[in-house]
Each structure stands twice: as structure tokens, then as C-alpha cells.
Write a protein that binds this ligand. Sequence first.
Ligand code: SIN
Ligand code: FE2
Length: 214
Amino acid sequence: MQESDLFTSSDAPRPLPVGLAWLEGFALTWEDALLEAITRVTAAAPLRHLMTPGGQRMSVAMTNCGPLGWISDRCGYRYSALDPQRGEPWPALPAPLREVAVAAARAAGFESFEPDACLINAYTPGARMSLHQDRDERDFNAPIVSVSLGLPAVFLFGGDTRRNRPLRLPLTHGDVVVWGGPARLAFHGVAPVADGQHPRLGRQRINLTLRRAR
Ligand code: SIN
Ligand code: FE2
């Protein structure tokens, strides 16, 4: 138990850990351009349910754009320049995705972030992502920039072990979360997405995570 847990009730607001920024509505300026870009990327490189190394089908459907894409299969997790399903490079990183990521990173205090990978996660109601660290990148000095669109979801943000009780951030359409520095390797995940209907995206949540993979 952390000392602070002795003095705060479980539902009292907790300060965000150093290195984590929650930029509410930050991506709304780019809304139309982001949605158009996501439609184009997913038409070229379709969303698919990857297998974990342990052989489980992920509930979140994924694809990528940019020079590198994150993949998972029976051999493990890694970045690949080729989409294994199509045997071709991932679609190029659309300019608005790069722009929102660079601007959000800067707003969070990370100058000169240059993403070379963007994982696109699509959640239908019930889909979730269990607590994990993003550690397949070569250089942990660059932050992770996460853009949430569509249905709301509770983003879980813990500490550097699975035992820390995670913060619960209710992310909505247009929110951007940036984590880096001392928070770069924090465990994080997404609670099961509740059913609903979003005016722009229907019955789904789309999350973009922009990374510097190498
Ligand atoms: C991730 O950790 O890659 C996804 C986070 C999210 O969907 O909000
Ligand atoms: Fe992650």
C-alpha cells in the first residue's frame, strides 16, 4: 500500500503522476481530418484481431500506419515495416495524425517528438485491453501519444508494477493522453468499453497511439 492510500478514499481525485498529461478535447481541432485519415488507412490495411503470444485472440482489432507497425503473433510482440497480412508496407502516416501527436507532445513538455509508428486500435462494446507496458520501442526517451475517438472508455493508468492501483481516466472523443519521462513504462490498459452510440463513429471507440519505435 502506498502512504497516500492511507489518507485518500478510493474515489477521491488523485493527482496525475509526473510524466502523464491528459489533454481533454485536444484532438477536436483535427476531428474531420483524423476520421477521414482513419477511414483511408483502414481501407488499405484492414483492422484485424491479432493473437497474443499465448494464443489468445485480442478483443481489440488493430492496424497500423507509418514506417513501422506494432504486431503480435505466436512469436511475440514487435515492430515490423511490413503488414504481415498483406506482405506490404503499412500505409504512410497521414499528416494530421503526425500533427496532432507532435502538438500534443509539445503541449505536454516533450519537444521534438517525431513519431514513426501509429497503432490504430478499434474497440467494440465489451472490448478491453489488459494492463501492459509499452516496451517494444528502442528509445524510452520519446513519449507515447494516445488519441481517443468515438465511444468513451476508462483508461487505466498504474505505476511501474502491476500492483499499483491504477488511476481511472474517463476518456471521451477528442481526448489526448501523453505519457513519458518517469511515467514512460507505467502499466496501462482500457476497461471494457460500455455499449453506446457515438454520433461520428457509431458503436465503437478508436484509439491511435503514436510512438517513436526506433
Ligand atoms: C494502448 O495501450 O495501446 C491503447 C490505449 C488505449 O486504447 O487507450
Ligand atoms: Fe499500450
